[in-house]
Design a protein around this ligand. Structure first.
Ligand SMILES: [Zn+2]
Length: 336
């Protein structure tokens, strides 16, 4: 599709591709090229219609669990159905599973403090249950990410996953992406696999910290990219805004960034969304998506929404554009 897009959109021709059916505006294109473009797009649409791509959505967490995950799952299902170009399958959290228990800290009264000893005992019981009951349950679901099972999918999407997930073969998963498949990360996907550098290298950045939720002006770095085409040049969003480590601007293709720190407003480069090639595969990441009202135009918030419905609709377009790009179904550069 990228090749097709380049074929029909060179020179000053304007081609806009939006949603199912590849509705294309062929303004200022000469008649012969219009016919060629429509034929090519017709063939591409027919091929796509025959075989929707398969996206595996993973929302397992061993660390912090976002309340917006069920909303995200619902919206991804809707976006798949609306586009008709991909289907979604899920690996969800085992019911009742919480985050990994945290070891209690030694207080000023030292290790012999009865309160500390009691907390330590509880931690050891919880830790045993977590290791022996919950992690194996999570691992059973995550068996869908084994190299053998991944043959059934075109893309894996990490929906605000956190922590060190018990995958059957972590390196095998990374190799599968590099072998020509797609990875899409949303929000806390960057807060996953901190102790596993190949994942961080694949993603192109690692969650470092965030401040209070805040209104920011996201700068659209590439309006020609499917993930940014529907967005304004400056897009104001209210969300929890991540800062990153192990992010190298020259290794990614920027999609959204801030030109000042989200909270203290120090000038700089604060990436929000990017994409990249990874071996023969494609990676799209957006750090937005903490809040329910970022995802869902219909979400009713106590005390009122912070993002109008129109911005949730834009987020959905941003996300579906990124997914389709990662699947090779929508245009966009990955050049750093
Ligand atoms: Zn968050």
């Amino acid at each position: 599709m990228n090749v097709l897009f380049r074929l029909i959109s060179r020179d000053d021709d304007r081609a806009q591709i939006a949603g199912r059916g590849w509705s294309v505006t062929l303004a200022r294109m000469n008649p012969l090229r219009q016919i060629v473009a429509l034929l090519l797009l017709g063939v591409a649409a027919a091929v796509a219609a025959e075989a929707p791509k398969k996206v595996l959505v993973v929302s397992v967490t061993t660390g912090f669990r976002h309340s917006s995950i069920p909303t995200g799952e619902k919206v991804l299902g809707q976006l798949a159905a609306q586009s008709g170009l991909f289907t979604v399958d899920f690996v969800r959290q085992p019911e009742g599973m919480t985050g990994a228990p945290g070891r209690p800290r030694v207080g000023p009264k030292g290790e012999q403090d009865p309160a500390y000893q009691k907390a330590l005992q509880k931690f050891e019981v919880d830790q045993k249950a977590y290791t022996e009951i919950w992690l194996p349950k999570a691992a059973a679901g995550l068996a869908k990410l084994s190299p053998a099972s991944l043959k059934h999918y075109d893309a894996v999407l990490f929906l605000s996953t956190t922590g060190d997930l018990p995958l059957p073969d972590k390196q095998g998963f990374i190799d599968w992406i590099a072998a020509g498949h797609a990875f899409i990360g949303v929000h806390a996907a960057a807060d996953t696999f901190h102790p596993f550098p190949p994942f961080i290298a694949m993603l192109g950045g690692e969650f470092k910290t965030h401040g209070a939720q805040v209104s920011v002006e996201c700068l659209n770095q590439d309006p020609a990219h499917a993930a940014c085409g529907p967005l304004p040049a400056k897009w104001t969003m209210f969300d929890e805004i991540y800062q990153f480590k192990n992010f190298e601007r020259p290794k990614v293709h920027g999609l959204l960034t801030l030109d000042r720190h989200p909270n203290d407003k120090t000038p700089g480069d604060y990436p929000v969304a990017w994409c990249k090639n990874f071996g023969g595969g494609r990676v799209f990441y957006t750090s937005l998506g903490h809040r329910e009202d970022v995802w869902d135009p219909a979400h009713a918030e106590k005390g009122g929404r912070k993002n109008p419905a129109s911005d949730a609709e834009l987020f959905q377009k941003h996300l579906v554009g990124g997914i389709l790009w990662a699947l090779g179904l929508a245009p966009g550069s990955a050049k750093p």
